[in-house]
Design a protein around this ligand. Structure first.
Ligand code: FAD
Length: 512
């Protein structure tokens, strides 16, 4: 039977909240107000800003934020978002001087699971900004040390997960600092490695952050790891789609090289399921296979005109740009979707000199799956967003897109995803001119190559035991977007680390 992890989590959360309410738990804010002293560093105004911005009503300290936080798992006792939130109200001075403040990685998993829907990353950002303004920069350096020591791909994660620049720190200086720490760290890593003996051959399919983490962790433990990657370059979405202006290629190359230097073998332009299959891997003596193939199949928008010239999938668009393919950018670009991919595509179009880039999203701002901060940055850069609009038809002239016909919608009943369903408003159709339509309506894992013994979940992702990350086929583990659907780099790293630990135990159990 497939365990639906999300529904399980939600029902546990509900139980927890009921219990807390029954026991008369005091919301953290109420206690905080009674504990405020004249020494408190957060003024009433700032506290009100937190309340206003975040709609922070109550935190009952249920701990779900910490239990779901990937960084809390990666850093253990060094990071506890629930405790940090508590301290903001009870002892804010301590928080400004604490390295923990800098360790939130913006994945928003805490927010998605919080029974009160508190946006912890936004609260922490406000505190980070105050810390920077008041000159508390030393704690950030301590945080960096922890990131470098405990999290694979520290340069990449600093750029795409931790975002110190959002609180006003200089990005270049931060990267320089990490590189110095990193060099020291990898040297000691290699010295430690030399003493260990190989424990078994491991095949990793996919070289995104999940696969790279498994390779990094296991090669340090002496395993013989080979990565099989379908694309000509390593890095998964990091190299394929995250725009160069957010993650410079040389940063990624350096970190991937450091992992290869640990002795990891890499085979690029090798698609498992096409160039070789699972039986080939077992026959070549691999004892374990890790599936880290991400979610790369774009969902299709089934409307007329989807095959006109000038209509392109967002992943293909970003990939073409990242691989420096020559491409004609429209003047008036329309992006359909509401996630981070849509936001990146629109921002990229503007950078490539489109006159206008407009995102059309069929729900309201509050429902946008993109991170609020990414949306804010995009709007600051000039991206326009139209909410409650659904595309009906793409119109063309001479086989090339010339306009898009849309309809205004309103939100109705909840759908199967728990969000309110957009319902077209009769007679509200309109059309707008465009010469390029980028489709960013979501991605799903492409897992047709898997042997049938590997169970999939209803949403088409790989089913794994959430503790061990083992699939329903013995010796085969999985993690990252292939298991969760599109998520974040830090979550893929967490999954990779969890899987690596289980793989090590599994290999030991084989007597390797
Ligand atoms: P991927 O990174 O997707 O890697 C999977 C790899 O497997 C790919 O290289 C693929 O080619 C390979 N593969 C697939 N099938 C096969 C096969 N059969 N044989 C061999 N190889 C195969 N996350 C953040 O945290 N911050 C961000 O700012 C951010 N921005 C993003 C922007 C964009 C445009 C996109 C698309 C994603 C972004 N993400 C971001 C999400 C993040 O990139 C992913 O969550 C993460 O890369 C998932 O890691 P993964 O290792 O599971 O898979």
């Amino acid at each position: 039977m497939c365990l639906d992890q999300h529904s399980f989590c939600v029902s546990i959360q509900n139980l927890y909240v009921c219990k807390l309410l029954y026991l008369g738990a005091t919301p953290i804010l109420k206690r905080a107000q009674s504990l405020q002293t004249s020494e408190t560093i957060i003024s009433k105004e700032v506290l009100e800003r937190l309340l206003d911005v975040e709609k922070l009503k109550y935190c009952y300290e249920c701990g779900i934020c910490t239990a779901s936080c990937p960084v809390a798992e990666l850093l253990g006792k060094d990071y506890n978002p629930r405790a940090l939130l508590g301290k903001i109200f009870l002892n804010p001075k301590d928080v400004l001087a604490s390295d923990a403040l800098w360790l939130c990685a913006w994945c928003y998993r805490c927010y998605k699971r919080c029974p009160q829907a508190l946006k912890l990353p936004e609260i922490f950002l406000l505190m980070r900004t105050i810390a920077t303004e008041q000159g508390y920069t030393h704690p950030f350096e301590k945080a960096l040390e922890k990131i470098v020591k405990n999290i694979p791909l520290p340069l990449v994660t600093t750029l795409v997960c931790f975002h110190p620049e959002r609180a006003g720190l200089d990005k270049e200086k931060v990267l320089e600092k990490i590189e110095q720490m990193y060099k020291k760290c990898s040297k000691t890593e290699k010295e430690r490695m030399a003493a260990k003996s190989p424990e078994g051959k491991v095949a990793v399919i996919g070289s995104g952050p999940a696969g790279l983490t498994v390779a990094y962790e296991l090669s340090r433990k002496g395993c013989d790891v080979t990565i099989f990657e379908a694309l000509p370059e390593l890095g998964g979405m990091l190299s394929k789609c995250i725009p160069e202006y957010r993650l410079p290629k040389q940063v990624l190359t350096k970190e991937v090289q450091a992992i290869e230097d640990l002795g990891v073998e890499t085979k690029t332009s090798m698609t498992v399921g096409k160039d070789l299959n699972f039986d080939d891997l077992w026959n070549e003596g691999y004892k374990v296979i890790f599936i880290g193939t991400g979610a790369h199949r774009s969902q299709k928008l089934k409307i007329e005109g989807g095959d006109l010239k000038g209509v392109i999938d967002a992943l293909d668009f970003l990939w073409d740009i990242n691989s420096h393919k020559k491409m004609e950018i429209g003047k008036n670009v329309v992006v359909i979707g509401g996630g981070n991919v849509a936001v990146d595509a629109a921002k990229t179009a503007l950078r490539l000199k489109a006159d206008e880039a407009t995102i059309l999203y069929r729900r309201s701002r509050g429902e946008m799956p993109a991170n609020p901060w990414e949306v804010k940055e995009a709007e600051d850069e000039g991206v326009k967003i139209e909410f409650l609009v659904a595309p009906k038809k793409i119109l063309g002239e001479n086989e090339k897109v010339s306009a898009i016909e849309c309809v205004r919608v309103q939100l109705g009943e909840l759908d199967e995803t728990g969000r309110r369903k957009p319902v077209p408003i009769e007679g509200s159709e309109f059309s707008r001119e465009t010469d390029m339509v980028i489709l960013a309506i979501g991605e799903v894992p492409d897992l047709e190559f898997l042997p049938k013994e590997i169970e999939l979940r209803e949403n088409g992702a790989v089913w794994v035991n959430p503790i061990t990350m083992e699939t329903s086929l013995k010796g085969v583990f999985a993690g990252g977007d292939a298991v969760t659907g599109p998520a974040t780099v830090i979550e893929a790293i967490q999954a990779g680390k969890r899987a690596a630990e289980s793989i090590e135990n599994y290999l030991k159990s084989l007597g390797g």
